[in-house]
Design a protein around this ligand. Sequence first.
Ligand code: GLP
Length: 259
Amino acid sequence: MKILIHPSAQKAVDCVADLLAARLRNDPASVLGLATGGTMEAVYARLIAAHRAGQASFARATSFNLDEYVGLAPDHAGSYWRYMRQHLFDQVDIDPSRAHLPRGDAADPEAEAARYEAAIVAAGDIGFQLLGLGANGHIGFNEPTSSLASLTRIKTLTRSTREANARYYDRPEDVPHLAITMGIGTIMRAQEVVLLAYGAAKSRAVAALIEGPISAACPASILQMHRRATVVIDEAAAADLTLRAYYDEVHPKGGPAAI
Ligand code: GLP
């Protein structure tokens, strides 16, 4: 696992956006796994800027988002479809027919989850998977105790996750209780995974992810088993790491390997 600790959240954001832009330049027809949440808003802002500067084209890319709330139609203000259109899709050259999210309003959500998993497989699986991190260690909406081998399916959100996402809704009780999420097994099939976390609220989950036991209690810890996983964090999110000096020695200030 590559651990890149940047001096600021903005530098961590820039690093992740630059990794994704470089992937698109190297492989314009990449299959991207995309994430939502507050963490990613700044990443998408930088990617839009890179696109406008001619440094990133999504024209030949395919994307699959990690998750969507059950019950929300794509035009619902709290849906991840709406989030993605607002923060990325409407402002870059991605082909909307190749930008995928699960349909939260599907009549049969379980069938929709199976369809989504099959579509990812049919696309040849994810090439570059972007991940955020829940304060409880979740990735996508794979809450603690998720099967580490799970495929795309319905998950019940924890109270803490609903509370963390309540800011996107008029009333806390409007936050959906269920989501369709890529499974941990789905995510683990990606060729390359890049996880971004910043801020003190993520420091305990970051330590569990990087240095804790591999456990469904911290779903992100399964990334220790991925052959090409990069964790990009800022100083605040690094606060609970025990082997901090080693990470700094290998990648000073989150930069290229020193040795
Ligand atoms: C959300 C999303 C995740 C995201 C995480 C962190 O619930 N389903 O994909 O990574 O929680 O969100 P934030 O970036 O807002 O802290």
